[in-house]
Design a binder for this molecule. Structure first.
Ligand code: ADP
Ligand code: MG
Length: 574
């Protein structure tokens, strides 16, 4: 008895569906790609319940005639390539001919379409495993594809779908990426009958960027543009001051196709590495136009990766282009000049460090304890007075009787705030006299509104305020003057990335900790902001009260101790 058999067609398609369309957003991506390949100028997407109930896409592209309609749901049916040679010169987004076959294997599909001048259109209805039904339809010069009940016949996959809000966030992200890559196309997205995205055709990337992210965010980016030997790079990178605490807004498009490419990301980080703190990330939207013969797009079923003929050349182009806009800008920047000044004054203060230290310490020792000067060095007056000396960056030194302590003020402050945020009773919430209105990109708006309660628990009282806007009515005292928008974007990205099912309590706790750490990081004093002695004493006193005073929420040290014993060892006396 032979053990091997060829799998039935429907099962083959279901297996392929597993690779190509792992979630509703992937279906949206494939269908938008088809509309773009069909030359559409307008693409409208309608979603019910995060795509679980309905995904509907309408375009005004070329449409299909009846012969093509009967073929397009077959596996490996494509109009985009014909021969092996074409495979190495791909100018369309699709070419594998498997999206429609996969989609029709795991959902109920209706497609209505007609070509530009045909008097009558075609409607086809498909239920997985059943005969296709084809009928006449009114002519519409374009295509409407509706798919209902995704994965209804593959319960194991359906189980992996996340909440409506999470699936919706992925869909918004997909539409946003497509909209960035194709500014000339007009996109709209509706969810359960409310408008999420509405973008008229834009004249270029800059205008599309503004439509999606507002002028305010746009101003935090620098334009990149460079070309070498037929490779064109363009896009935007964040100014060094706008470093994020999460890896959001990091998009790379190759020939207008969003891809993951660690080498390009590395080239970007390489430029930023000395300009932004180690725990921060740059934001970037980079587009590379490469001769299709020099890039292989057929290396990933969902086409998320590509392979370059000469990766080094791409690396160098990206690195040098970003350097050109970022580094000269930094030199001209006022904040950079201030840093220079700061370094100068640190040098000066280091020169007078010893004498000033003695003078100031003596003066205050005199005020509190007259007559004790002679015993000053032997009596250990220094620790009582608590003088902190600024070393540079985020570091201060404190000398006690038998110990030298180096404090990282940012890490210390993070620990204090982190524990305050975690222990809800400790946050002091203030109603804002003038509520703050914040406009958010569609995806983050969706996440923030769906997790209003989590924000509320952290003392941020947020209400919806029309399309993609929120109103903040109250805030914890600690984050009163923070960059509220940046904070909402960062917390939204934590929630999005952790992707936690509601019932998983232990993971939920982890999420709350991560949010607390993010809030703490946002408001903690930054490296070069100098605190005065009183503020530092207060900070250290607060730090002492925390559960883990020696570690910041990310596990880095808040302070390092050099005991007398350590010093003796270092000076080789022990
Ligand atoms: P691929 O995009 O890889 O060719 P698909 O399964 O996504 O494979 O689509 C199969 C074919 O159906 C396409 O090659 C195209 O000819 C046709 N098609 C799909 N969607 C559309 C659309 N919106 N408008 C016009 N033609 C379409
Ligand atoms: Mg396709």
């Amino acid at each position: 008895m032979s053990k091997i058999s060829i799998l039935p067609e429907l099962l083959i398609n279901k297996i392929a569906a597993g690779e190509v369309i792992e979630r509703p957003a992937a279906i949206v991506r494939e269908l938008i790609d088809n509309s773009i390949d069909a030359g559409a100028r307008t693409i409208s997407v309608e979603i019910l319940y995060g795509g679980k109930k309905l995904i509907k896409i309408a375009d005004d592209g070329t449409g299909m005639d009846r012969d093509d309609v009967t073929l397009c749901f077959e596996r490996h049916a494509t109009s985009k390539i014909k021969s092996e040679d074409d495979l190495f010169n791909i100018t369309t987004l699709g070419f594998r001919g498997e999206a429609l076959a996969s989609i029709a294997a795991v959902s109920k599909v209706t497609l209505t379409t007609s070509t530009a001048n045909s008097p009558v259109g075609t409607k086809i209805e498909i239920m997985p495993g059943q005969k296709k039904e084809i009928t006449d339809a009114p002519s519409l010069s374009g295509t409407i594809l509706e798919m209902r009940d995704v994965f209804y016949n593959t319960p194991a996959r359906r189980k992996f779908l996340k909440s409506v809000s999470t699936e919706m966030s992925h869909i918004i992200e997909t539409v946003t990426q497509k909209a960035l890559a194709y500014p000339e196309i007009s996109f709209s997205l509706r969810h359960n009958d409310s408008e999420v995205i509405n973008l008229p055709s834009a004249k270029d990337l800059r205008e599309r960027f503004n439509q999606l992210y507002s002028e305010e965010l746009f101003n935090k980016f620098l334009e990149v543009k460079k070309e070498t030997r037929g490779i064109k790079l363009y896009g935007y990178v964040s100014a060094a001051e706008f470093a994020r605490s999460a890896k959001t807004y990091q998009l790379i498009f190759i020939n207008r196709r969003p891809v993951k490419n660690p080498a390009i990301a590395h080239a970007v980080y390489n430029v930023y590495k000395d300009l932004i703190p180690k725990d921060k990330h740059p934001a970037f939207f980079l587009f590379l136009d490469v001769d299709p013969q020099k890039v292989d797009v057929n290396v990933h079923p969902a086409k998320r990766e590509v392979r370059f003929e000469s990766p080094d050349e791409i690396y160098r182009l990206v690195e040098s282009a970003i350097k050109e806009v970022l580094i000269p800008k930094q030199h001209k920047d006022i904040s950079y000049a201030q840093i220079d000044d700061g370094q100068l004054s640190t040098v000066n203060s280091q020169r007078s460090f010893g004498s000033q230290f003695i003078r100031e310490t003596l003066e205050s020792a005199l005020e509190s304890s007259r007559g004790m000067q002679s015993d000053f060095f032997t009596q250990g007056v220094v620790p009582a007075i608590h003088r902190y000396f600024y070393i540079g960056e985020s570091f201060y030194a404190e000398a006690t009787k038998d110990c030298l302590i180096i404090i990282d003020q940012h890490a210390a402050h993070e620990r204090v705030l982190y524990e305050k945020f975690l222990k809800k009773g400790k946050i002091e919430v203030e109603n804002l006299f003038l509520p703050v209105r914040v406009e958010l990109p569609a995806k983050e708006f969706n996440i923030v509104m769906d997790n209003k309660n989590i924000f509320h628990d952290f003392g941020l009282h947020i209400e919806e305020f029309g399309a993609n806007s929120v109103i903040i009515r109250a805030l914890p005292k600690e984050i009163n003057k923070a960059d509220i928008k940046g904070l909402l974007l960062d917390v939204a990205s934590v929630i999005f990335e952790e992707n936690i099912p509601a019932e998983d309590a232990s993971k939920k706790e982890e999420l709350l900790k991560n949010i607390a750490a993010k809030l703490a990081c946002h408001k903690a004093v930054r490296g070069r902001e100098q605190l005065n002695n009183e503020e530092l004493s207060h900070l250290i006193a607060e730090l002492e009260k925390t559960e883990a005073p020696d570690k910041c929420p990310h596990g880095r040290p808040t302070r390092i101790f050099f005991s007398l014993y350590d010093l003796l060892k270092m000076f080789k006396r022990k």
